[in-house]
Design a protein around this ligand. Structure first.
Ligand SMILES: Nc1ncnc2c1ncn2[C@@H]1O[C@H](COP(=O)(O)OP(=O)(O)OP(=O)(O)O)[C@@H](O)[C@H]1O
Ligand SMILES: [Mg+2]
Length: 284
């Protein structure tokens, strides 16, 4: 039994095991990671935005990436599903291992990568189509052949939106509130049956109530998926994530990883003074 199948254990004990697991991460234990970046450097032209980052993401957990503006969080997040490929000047060195294969190996299809590793953006971006078609969109492109009605219902239920939209599936996705639109985008991502969901500040355009709804949803989704979230909101990182990676910038603005640990540890007893200064609001 792996360290991460202990949900029936008392929370205290689970926390302890998780801390041990972080130690195991450091020791290089294999097989438990959803995805693993090794010595990643990312450049935009001559400019190095991300410097020497190695980060091992645990399965069925929420990992938060935090740090000051411009330290490379979004760039790093996009490296996990080859989204930086869409930027012509972007170049990556290092490896991102997913199921034991480097995502950047020549034979790997980036479109397939993005199906397995989906992304939810800062601003909800439903298409100007019906709610129903929005959910089906990615799945259809990927050749989904099953029962569309079932997939739509299932995905909307998982995104905690079904009850609010079940009677108006033919209405435009754009007719929904911001928080509902973001859950629709999550439903659309889920419908392609990903393993990992990347979220780049998914709540920054939402009010506090819609934000809490998305956070509750994330805690539900993580039973089935691995989630990596970028957030500027320290309370959100502390509330929602299991692990936190704190990034900072060098003088030349290259972003690097300062500390990666259990979220509780990062927020209550970090090892590094820079982490402490950041999480207590002394800079950033
Ligand atoms: N398409 C791009 N072309 C050139 N430089 C870019 C591009 N995207 C980002 N950068 C630069 O790379 C660095 C990291 O940017 P990134 O967006 O990853 O930071 P971030 O930590 O997500 O910041 P924020 O918290 O403001 O969203 C910044 O210096 C930024 O200006
Ligand atoms: Mg960003």
């Amino acid at each position: 039994m792996s360290t991460f199948e202990l949900s029936a254990q008392p929370r205290e004990q689970t926390m302890m095991r998780e801390t041990e697991a972080v130690a195991a991460v450091a020791a290089g234990a294999a097989g438990t990671f959803a995805i693993e970046a090794t010595d990643v450097n990312i450049f935009y032209g001559q400019f190095r935005a991300v410097k020497d980052v190695s980060l091992q993401i645990q399965k069925n957990k929420i990992t938060a990436l935090i740090g000051p503006s411009g330290c490379g969080k979004s760039t790093m997040l996009r490296a996990f599903n080859r989204m930086n490929d869409l930027v012509s000047t972007a170049r990556i060195a290092g490896e991102v291992l997913f199921h034991g294969r480097n995502l950047y190996a020549r034979e790997v299809d980036p479109v397939e990568v993005r199906r397995k590793i989906g992304m939810v953006f800062q601003k909800p971006n439903p298409f100007p189509k019906s709610i129903y078609e929005n959910v089906l969109w990615g799945a259809k492109i990927n050749g989904f052949k099953g029962k569309a009605d079932d997939l739509v219902e299932q995905s909307l239920r998982q995104a905690a939106l079904w009850d609010e939209v079940k009677d108006k599936l033919k209405q435009s996705g754009l007719s929904l509130s911001g928080g509902q639109q973001q859950r629709l985008c999550i439903a659309r991502t889920i419908a392609t049956r990903p393993e990992i969901i990347l979220m780049d500040e998914p709540c920054s355009a939402l009010d506090p109530i819609a934000t809490l709804k998305i956070e509750d949803l994330m805690r539900e989704l993580v039973e089935k998926y691995t989630i990596i979230i970028v957030t500027h909101n320290m309370q959100q990182a502390a509330r929602v994530s299991d692990y936190t990676a704190f990034f900072n910038m060098e003088q030349d603005r290259a972003g690097y990883l300062v500390e990666y640990d259990d979220t509780k540890k990062i927020f209550t007893n970090p090892k590094d003074q820079r982490t402490e200064d950041y999480v207590t609001g002394r800079f950033g």
